[in-house]
Ligand binder design. Structure first.
Ligand code: SF4
Length: 350
């Protein structure tokens, strides 16, 4: 891996200039950097499981899990550890190297901490990387999770500081930065990104990336989500974002944070194969994989694997399953009758 200059002093004009490049120039620059750091045909795969769904007190306008919006979402209590472990095992068998557990909370309660730390220990003992997204964390909670062995903590900035108030009012941008600093302070890796297509301006997409790239250390993973417009949420009827703006956001993130994993997250279900291929070329090298992401649909596992095969991509650890192996996996998944254990939910809601 060659050493590239890693900057933390980006100004808005420079970032907007990158966004304004002709697409071919932008993609060439992003791909050239990408292949200096990463195997350009390797994609890291994470699996995301909702361990507690819905009834969240926060008001994030894109989120079907907020108790404030009537989205018809079935609420679920915190899953039992055994169910979580069953899902982790099947994720590992399907090629996932990281298992992410998400709970729709403003923040975890103290009473839940022993349960959460046990969950981390058990999943880690299977040989997978662990990630959690549980809302805001205090310094002490971050330390408890780090001591249990949690590798990553996801907490997105969502958008630029200027547009943030149009999206969420129940927690501040500074609250988010504080949680990220507790996560870093406790020694865990940071997963933080945002959502595009929420009615923001191009300058807000630049502003989001500026916040992420000007952190003392770049987030290790940067999920870039395309808004999934869920009926019943305030953002249900927003205009579609030009998909090329999404590709540009991926490419600029890759250029500004060359060592971070840039993750294609929510919204993949609505993307064509061609658009996803462009995102991989722009420098995305991580995806969520599974039947459902939190509460919104995610491409079926075998369609992901078929796309990998067609593009000659391979998962970070392991190989792309053959069509026969895919078939076996799909049969196993279909045989599972336990609805609760199949509840994956949407990264855009993180
Ligand atoms: S994004 Fe997270 S914090 Fe916001 S409403 Fe949804 S679950 Fe709650």
């Amino acid at each position: 891996m060659s050493q590239l200059q890693v900057r933390h002093d980006w100004n808005r004009d420079e970032i907007e200039a990158l966004f304004s490049l002709p697409m071919n120039d932008l993609l060439f620059q992003a791909q050239s950097l990408h292949r200096q750091v990463y195997d350009p045909n390797e994609v890291q795969i994470s699996r995301l499981l909702s361990i507690k769904t819905g009834a969240c007190p926060e008001d994030c306008k894109y989120c079907p899990q907020s108790a404030r919006y009537d989205t018809g979402l079935e609420k679920e209590r915190l899953l039992e550890i055994e169910k979580v472990l069953t899902e982790a095992r099947s994720a590992k068998a399907a090629g996932a190297s990281r298992f992410c557990m998400g709970a729709a909370w403003r923040n975890p309660h103290e009473r839940d901490m022993p349960y959460l730390t046990d969950m981390v220990k058990e999943v880690k003992s299977m040989g997978m990387e662990t990630c959690m997204t549980l809302g805001m964390l205090s310094e002490d909670q971050a330390s408890q999770l780090a001591d249990a062995g949690l590798d990553y903590y996801n907490h997105n900035l969502d958008t630029s500081p200027e547009y943030y108030g149009d999206v969420i009012t129940t927690r501040t941008y500074q609250n988010r930065l504080d949680t990220l600093s507790h996560v870093r302070g406790a020694g865990m890796k940071v997963c933080s990104g945002g959502i595009v297509g929420m009615g923001e301006q191009a300058s807000d997409r630049a502003g989001l990336l500026q916040q992420l790239a000007n952190m003392e250390k770049h987030p290790d993973s940067v999920p870039i989500n395309m808004l999934v417009k869920v009926a019943g949420t305030p953002f249900e009827k927003l205009d579609e974002l030009d998909p090329f703006e999404f590709v540009r956001t991926i490419a600029v993130a890759r250029i500004m944070m060359p060592y971070s994993r840039v993750r294609l997250s929510a919204g993949r279900e609505e993307m064509t194969d061609e658009l996803q291929a462009m995102c991989f070329f722009a420098g995305a090298n991580s995806i969520f994989y599974g039947c459902k992401l939190l509460t919104t649909p995610n491409p079926e596992e075998n369609s992901d694997m078929s796309l990998f095969r067609r593009l000659g991509l391979h998962p970070e650890q392991g190989k792309v399953a053959t069509p026969e192996e895919d078939e076996q996996l799909m049969q196993k998944a279909a045989a599972k009758k336990d609805k609760a254990s199949a509840q994956f939910f949407d990264a855009g809601a993180l």
